[in-house]
Design a protein around this ligand. Structure first.
Ligand code: PLP
Length: 427
């Protein structure tokens, strides 16, 4: 079964209901508040959902959308199988918990996520949520997921579905907060003569999903100045934009940084943006991607690079600069950034013309309390201890938990999934 959305599938009234339900789980009335920091820079806080990271904005919506579409196909159910290094898994679990006709299996590498990330997953004990701590690395988890999807009989029997970052419904949900933030930082809009003011956005980037949503918002007519691609030390995207289209795999592999949700080698959504930069030329795009798969380098034509650089700029931010930025912003304003959000602010400062006060929105992708070690390293013991960890994060360790340990072995994991689904069908 496929879950294509046609015009009659979700009528406006229903969609409104889905949206209201999805964002009722957020702790802030504004859902994604915009907070001024310094010098015309604003923080777009995307971390007020159930797991304290921006992925909730999309995955709360996706969970309700799945349920709605399934309700129109009586007798149908889906099995979500996903791998996570920490954040995506817990957002997916919180988006799918308790949803009718959805079984959700999330694999994470045992002992390799932060304790907070693990607790955010395994303390969700709804009967349709199945956490798997896999004896292996994140790559091993991904390999198991891939093997499940490539096993046609298994995939079809259980209606496997994915919730990874190329899921279009996720991108769709993320476009909205660009428009919202624009309206928040340009309150005099409509009263001024002349063309509307431009607002730039600095976006901490891993798989390029969040910033791609910003590009689509711009294409829909939002007066966006520049979109700033902010990367950590894993800077394949920065090299593309700042070194003449050099999109090539890092020979040293993926580095471990203070911003783990951005530790990626290749960005799965970047292909979509490049496709538009070729003028939607599928043949040219296929040629480029084939070349990339064969050689590990993209070799885009200069006109494609020039077009991309007219829309986006980039900066890469290492761990020292992350800590320095958290410390500086905290000292000057009392505002606390998490490592990912700090990358957005540092990149904005670097790319912005000297003395500019034009509005700049930095996307704040996670709450600082999800990364207490980085916070301590940046602020020191006294200042860090003075910050209050919000609930329910502070009390996670007191909750019941449920998790299944599995070895890194595809048939064993598949058997576990089959047996679990069979048990659930009987219950
Ligand atoms: C996923 C994630 C990112 C990267 O977002 P992409 O859409 O993959 O570019 C950045 N920060 C945090 C906290 C995340 O969870």
């Amino acid at each position: 079964m496929s879950l294509y959305i046609g015009p009659d599938d979700v009528p406006p009234e229903k969609l409104k209901h889905i949206i209201n339900r999805s964002y009722a789980t957020f702790r802030e009335r504004d859902v994604t508040p915009v907070v001024p920091i310094t010098d015309g820079m604003h923080s777009l806080e995307l971390f007020h959902g159930p797991t304290f990271a921006f992925k909730d904005v999309a995955l709360q919506f996706l969970g309700n959308l799945f349920e709605e579409l399934l309700s129109k196909r009586p007798g149908h159910s889906i099995t979500v199988v996903g791998a996570t290094s920490g954040d995506t898994g817990s957002s997916a679990i919180h988006g799918l918990r308790g949803k009718a006709n959805v079984e959700c299996f999330i694999m994470y590498p045992e002992g390799r996520t932060s304790r907070t990330q693990e607790l955010q997953m395994i303390t969700v004990t709804d009967p349709n949520i199945h956490n798997i701590a896999l004896g292996g690395t994140f790559d091993d988890c991904q390999a198991v997921v891939k093997a499940c999807f490539n096993d046609a009989a298994f995939r079809d029997k259980h209606n496997l579905a994915a919730v990874n970052s190329i899921n279009w419904a996720r991108i769709l949900a993320q476009m909205v907060y660009y428009v919202y933030a624009y309206l928040k930082v340009t309150p005099s809009m409509g009263k001024q003569a002349g063309s509307p003011p431009l607002v730039s956005f600095s976006v901490p980037t891993g798989n390029f999903g969040d910033i791609l949503a910003g590009y689509y918002a711009k294409q829909m007519g939002l007066p966006v100045g520049k979109l700033i691609v902010a990367t950590n030390k894993n800077d394949i995207l920065h090299r593309f934009f700042s070194h003449g289209g050099d999109y090539s795999l890092d020979k040293n592999g993926v580095a471990v940084t203070l911003a783990p949700s951005m530790d990626i080698g290749v960005s799965s959504n970047f292909e979509r943006f490049l496709f538009h930069m070729t003028g939607n030329d599928a043949a040219q795009m296929a040629k480029m991607m084939k070349n990339f798969e064969a050689t590990g380098t993209l070799n885009p034509p200069p006109e494609v690079v020039a077009k991309a650089c007219a829309i986006m700029e980039s900066a890469n931010v290492d761990d020292d600069e992350i800590l320095a930025t958290i410390a500086d912003v905290h000292a000057r304003t009392g505002y606390t950034l998490d490592p990912h959000s700090a990358i957005g602010v540092a990149a904005a400062r670097r790319v912005r013309p000297m003395g500019s006060t034009a509005p700049m929105v930095c996307l704040a992708c996670a709450h600082w309390a999800k990364f207490p070690d980085a916070n301590l390293a940046a602020l020191g013991k006294e200042k860090s201890a003075a910050l209050v960890v919000p609930e329910p994060l502070a009390s996670l360790h007191k909750l019941d938990s449920r998790v299944s340990l599995q070895p890194y072995d595809v048939p064993t994991v598949q058997r576990f999934i089959e047996q679990t689904i069979a048990k659930r069908a009987k219950a």
